[in-house]
Design a protein around this ligand. Sequence first.
Ligand code: 5GP
Ligand code: SF4
Ligand code: MG
Length: 454
Amino acid sequence: CGILGLWSEGPVDVAGLLHLGLLALQHRGQEAAGMAVTDGKEFLVEKDLGLVNQVFTEERLGKLRLPEARLGLAHTRYSTTGSNLRINAQPLTARTAHGVLAIAHNGNFTNAKPLRDRLLREGATFQSTSDTEVMLLLLARLGHLSLPEAAAQAMRLLQGGYSILLMDRKTLLALRDPHGVRPLVLGRAPWGFAFASEPPALLLMGAEYVRDVRPGEVVWVEEGRLQSLQALPPEPTPCAFEWIYFARPDSVLDGAEAYEARVRMGMELFREAPAEADLVVPVPDSGIGAAVGYAKASGLPLEFGLYKNPYAGRTFIQPTQELRDLKTRLKLSPTGAVRGKRVVLVDDSIVRGTTSRRIVRMLKEAGALEVHFRVSSPPIRFPCYYGIDTAARKELIAAEKSVEEIRAYIGADSLAFLSEEGVRRAIGRPVCLACFNGRYPAGVPEEGEKLALE
Ligand code: 5GP
Ligand code: SF4
Ligand code: MG
């Protein structure tokens, strides 16, 4: 998911600014979009299933345009926990002892189920199947504390990877789990402060990047003052997949630029797995950075052997296999660059293997003599419990198959994955690699938790 929020000293077009920022975070979730806006008295929420520009028509934005608005937050949804239902679209709101609260959440709580069961036993009621609501209910229970203190206390009860924005009628809060699994950055604008999942969203809101929210930190803006408390000691292991694939290439997260990291992954990949070939072809768009690096390190020419239809969207968001199949064909087609050539095909990851198999076949049909598949991350063998929907374990091709078996399945002449060490070196800091090695830094849920929640 993508989250963003702003606090302004005086009245600004909060809805308009959030709309621009949301467009910069569209890649983080395409299932639903929403925003909450307040002028200190009225508290308005609009959200729905769909892309940002489908949900926020001029008419709908108009409904949120309070003339004295100074505070708001927004969300783009990518469903992990909780089904793709309208009721699970965010921001979620609740009337609590803290007044009206709105929350926007990126990530997952791994202990949402036991916390939810406890709250239910104590008489709480839930409106959605999303784990985000657990946070709201915890805050409601902590009504005797100030909102930042209640947020810090809730963080001590929650496990998992999460970045959260929270607002009441006058305060905007940002929190990041102690492992800093999901990104969150702080910006300063002439009118006040902004937070966003990734820096490009700040820029669109007219804010300048100041710093990343620290792992385990609660930052809030109250009456124009930026304040902070460290709820939990930081143990940073941000998600490697943000740099491998998920984040925008122009994002700098925790000090490391996604594009540069991807190029370095490609260079490492060539060092680990060179290939006898004529040219390097990226799988657009996610393989471009790594392909650039592979071409750089190998000295082979980089060619656009695949055309990506820019209007097709990201396929993996589609929940059923049939839709995914259709959309791959809609999305990619080979160009003449590969005819009569030995191709190094570079992509960021293999999840189910179905797209990769289809691409290899397409290139061969277009006249490629050989296809050497190079992947700029290790085989994904384990599910993510921290907010990236890399599919259930049984769907992961690398969970059961060896590299040679995957090569045979996708029909490539050779196949190699980047090592964990290569990923770590390219990103240049300790990171979560749990979907590759099964070592989960922020806890794992009980068996069947996601099903039980729904
Ligand atoms: P596959 O061959 O595994 O079907 O597809 C691999 C390609 O699709 C890669 O380019 C990867 O970026 C993208 N992809 C496919 N499915 C998923 C998914 O479930 N999650 C993520 N993060 N990426 C996916
Ligand atoms: Fe990222 Fe994988 Fe860790 Fe999930 S398990 S947070 S996708 S590195
Ligand atoms: Mg891709």
